[in-house]
Design a protein around this ligand. Structure first.
Ligand code: LMR
Length: 394
């Protein structure tokens, strides 16, 4: 039977991670996979996470199952972090999931249950795994214009024109902040216009929020999600703790279904719990429990927020340094967009040949669409990258 299986394409980001590991060259620079690195190239365990883990080791007395939705305290703490006071707690159904990807997958599953014919409108480009999961699930996807290749900003007019075609029962998938892979984001005026369009068309928004705290700050990065969830009748939100808590391998995320009709809560909550049961039963607990401890303890929370802020400011400083180094070397302002972008990524707009040359001639690894992981750089490697970019003709 197995011989009937077909080869599946390797995930490009993960394949690149492997190629990098196998590259024997000294001084190689990994700007591929979206993992935060400090100035020495390490992905540290955040201080508050480490303390919470130590405490948990002392106090945890059982490994018996939690609920299908995960520990309710995790849901409460995350909903407060993502949504603030934007919507009443009773309007939010939520389940813990294995990472943000698990939340995305369960969110699509919920959509498919509610409307098997739903069209999912996805930004062009989007995180490649969105497309891969939708394809695997046999769901219909419709790309909408997003990235303006000339300005390296958002093609907002194109986006709005394309999204006018979405209707009731369709999904508009957006990145709540720190768009992956481009780094180009809507401003609040544009988010407001998008909300108006969603209200007009009746399409349902789904927000992928994987980088809260990596762009303009924890609150600022949640502003668009809060605006959407408080304005439209129904919103799906997939939140990840991988990046902002640095717990990638613990697989910690939360899927939320927000409905302005509180009487829908029971059905939504039941559906999400059912989906967990069908797909993997109980969600992972360790990461969720540690996150809950951090969010609910004033001292741990303050320390975590301070460390996250340092990471965010470090990435902004790298953006500024790279943009100004490129300006110096090229004598032009054409790289100013790098300082404007937010989050871990920027799409440079380079050709696949230029990306290959960076890898082959300079041992600098970018994803093939010329996505650069800003957190993979430090003060010393910025000038190396800038020089190499100019040399390969970017
Ligand atoms: C990325 O985009 O690099 C990250 O989200 C990691 C992943 O799973 O692709």
């Amino acid at each position: 039977m197995f011989e009937t299986l077909k080869e599946q394409p390797a995930d490009k980001i993960l394949a690149l991670m492997q190629t990098f590991r196998e590259d024997p060259r000294d001084g190689k620079i990994d700007l591929g996979v979206g993992v935060y690195k400090d100035a020495s190239g390490n992905t540290p365990i955040m201080r508050a996470i480490k303390s919470a883990e130590k405490q948990l080791w002392e106090v945890e007395s059982t490994k018996a199952y939690t609920g299908l939705a995960g520990d309710p305290a995790f849901g409460d703490a995350m909903i407060a972090m993502v949504l603030g006071n934007a919507v009443p707690r009773g309007n939010v159904a939520a389940v813990a999931t294995p990472g943000g990807t698990g939340a995305v997958r369960q969110g699509f599953d919920m959509v498919r249950m509610a409307n098997p014919d739903a069209k999912v409108f996805v930004s062009d480009p989007t995180w490649p795994n969105h497309l891969s999961i939708l394809k695997h699930m046999g769901m219909t996807m419709v790309p909408y214009r997003y990235f303006d290749a000339d300005t390296r900003g958002v093609d907002f007019d194109g986006m709005m024109a394309d999204l006018a075609a979405a209707g009731p029962g369709d999904i508009v998938l957006v990145h709540g902040c720190c768009h992956n892979p481009t780094g180009a984001n809507l401003n609040m005026t544009e988010w407001t216009a998008l909300v108006e369009l969603l209200l007009k068309t009746g399409a349902t928004p789904m927000v992928d929020l994987a980088y809260q705290g990596f762009g303009d700050g924890l609150e600022e990065d949640a502003a668009a999600t809060r605006l959407i969830a408080s304005s439209v009748p129904e919103t799906i939100i997939a939140a990840s703790c991988s990046k902002n808590f640095g717990i990638y391998r613990e697989r910690t995320g939360l899927l939320m279904a927000v409905s302005s009709d509180p009487s829908a809560h029971g059905l939504n909550q039941g559906t999400l719990a059912y989906l967990n049961r069908q797909n993997y039963s109980f969600p992972p607990d360790h990461g969720a429990r540690v996150v809950t401890m951090v969010l609910n303890d004033d001292a741990l929370r303050a320390d975590w927020a301070a460390e996250l802020e340092d990471m965010r400011n470090g990435m902004l400083a790298i953006r500024e340094q790279l943009a100004s180094e490129l300006q110096r070397l090229s004598g032009s302002d054409r790289f100013g967009f790098i300082a404007q972008h937010r989050g871990m990524f920027s799409r440079l707009g380079a050709t696949p040949e230029q990306v290959t040359k960076l890898r082959d001639a300079h041992a600098i690894y970018l994803v093939g669409d010329s996505r650069l992981n800003i957190a993979g750089l430090n003060k010393e490697t910025v000038p190396i990258l800038a020089k190499a970019m100019i040399e390969v003709g970017i």
